[in-house]
Design a protein around this ligand. Structure first.
Ligand SMILES: Nc1ncnc2c1ncn2[C@@H]1O[C@H](COP(=O)(O)OP(=O)(O)OP(=O)(O)O)[C@@H](O)[C@H]1O
Ligand SMILES: [Mg+2]
Length: 277
C-alpha cells in the first residue's frame, strides 16, 4: 500500500496494523461478463490498490460501466473478484459506494437533499420532520463534498454539478472501502470538472479510499489518477501509471493523440494545488 502524503483518517472499523482501511487490494482475475448471450468483457486482470485513484478509460461501449456493475455484484461475472486485506487474505467485510453514470430524476418531485439522505438512513416516512441530529449528520456528510448549503434544495432543482456533489456525498455515507464512480461528471463545465477531480483526489487521501473512476476526460485522468486501466476490444488492453498508459501504442491509436506529453505535474504539485475538503 502507498503511504499517504497527507495524514490519513481511517474511518473504517477494521484494525489492520499496516493498513489504514482494511482493504488493501481489489484483485480481478480472468474476469468476464456476458449479457443477453453476448460476451461484453473477457480475460480482464486488474489489481486496484488501497489509497489509489484508478481511472478506467476506453471508447463508448467498451464495457466500462459493465465492469463496475459486475464489481458491485449487480450483474454476474466469470473469473475471480477478490477483496484482500493487509495479510493478503480475502475479506468479506467490504462496503462500496457508487455514483452511477445516469440518474433519471423527476424534476417536479418535492424530495429534498435532506429527504434523500434521511431515507437512506432512517425508516421514517419523509413527511415526518427529522430530528436535529439527523439534519446535523447530513450537513456534516454533505460538507465532505462542499455541498452542505444544498441540504434543503429539491433534488430536481440542483444543477448538474450540484447533483454530482450530493451523489458523491451520499456514496461516502458511510465512508466505503471502495468507491465506484461511473462518469459522474457528464454535463459539467470545466471548472466543475476540475473541482470534482480535486475533491475526489483529496477524499481518497484523507480517507485512504480505493477509488475506481470511469472517465472520458483524458487530461484530468492524466493529472489526477494514480493508475489507469484501458478497456478496449472487450478486455483490459493495458494498465499502469498515467505515463505508461498514455505512452502505450494501442491507447495512442485509439484516442488519436500522444497524451504522454501532457501530464508532467508530479504528486506534490497535485496535492499543493488541490482544494482541501
Ligand atoms: N443489458 C445488456 N444486454 C446486452 N448488452 C448490453 C447490456 N448492457 C450493456 N450492453 C452492451 O455492452 C457493451 C458495453 O456497455 P457499457 O455500458 O459497459 O459500455 P461503456 O464502456 O460504459 O460505454 P460508455 O462510455 O458509452 O458509457 C455495449 O455494447 C452495450 O450495448
Ligand atoms: Mg458507461
Amino acid at each position: 500500500m502507498r503511504m499517504n502524503m497527507l495524514q490519513p483518517k481511517c474511518t473504517h472499523s477494521c484494525q489492520w496494523s499496516s493498513c489504514q482501511c482494511g482493504l488493501c487490494c481489489t484483485k480481478i482475475t480472468n474476469f468476464g461478463v456476458s449479457r443477453g448471450g453476448t460476451q461484453i468483457l473477457k480475460d480482464v486482470n486488474l489489481h486496484i490498490h488501497c489509497g489509489d485513484l484508478t481511472a478506467i478509460i476506453g471508447p463508448n461501449g467498451a464495457g466500462k460501466s459493465t465492469l463496475l456493475k459486475a464489481i458491485l455484484g449487480e450483474i454476474p461475472h466469470t473469473g475471480e473478484l477478490q477483496f484482500l486485506d493487509a495479510n493478503n487474505e480475502g475479506t468479506s467485510k467490504l462496503s462500496m459506494g457508487y455514483v452511477p453514470q445516469k440518474l433519471d430524476l423527476d424534476s417536479s418531485s418535492p424530495t429534498s437533499v435532506l429527504d434523500l439522505f434521511a431515507a437512506a438512513h432512517t425508516r421514517l416516512p419523509i413527511w415526518f420532520s427529522y430530528p436535529k441530529k439527523t439534519r446535523e449528520r447530513v450537513r456534516e456528510t454533505l460538507a465532505r463534498t462542499k455541498a452542505e448549503h444544498l441540504i434543503d434544495k429539491r433534488l430536481g432543482a440542483l444543477s448538474g454539478g450540484e447533483l454530482q456533489r450530493v451523489l458523491l456525498a451520499l456514496a461516502l455515507d458511510p465512508i466505503p472501502h471502495l468507491l465506484l464512480l461511473d462518469e459522474p461528471v457528464s454535463g459539467i463545465d470545466q471548472r466543475g470538472l476540475e473541482l470534482f477531480y480535486q475533491t475526489v483526489s483529496i477524499l481518497r487521501k484523507n480517507y485512504d479510499l480505493s477509488i475506481i473512476l470511469v472517465s472520458h476526460d483524458l487530461n484530468l485522468v492524466a493529472e489526477y489518477a494514480d493508475r489507469i486501466a484501458f478497456i478496449n476490444n472487450k478486455t483490459l488492453e493495458c494498465s499502469g501509471t498515467p505515463q505508461e498508459v498514455f505512452s502505450n501504442e494501442k491507447v495512442i491509436q485509439t484516442f488519436g493523440l500522444d497524451w504522454s506529453k501532457r501530464y508532467l505535474r508530479d504528486e506534490k504539485d497535485r496535492v499543493d494545488n488541490a482544494i482541501m475538503v
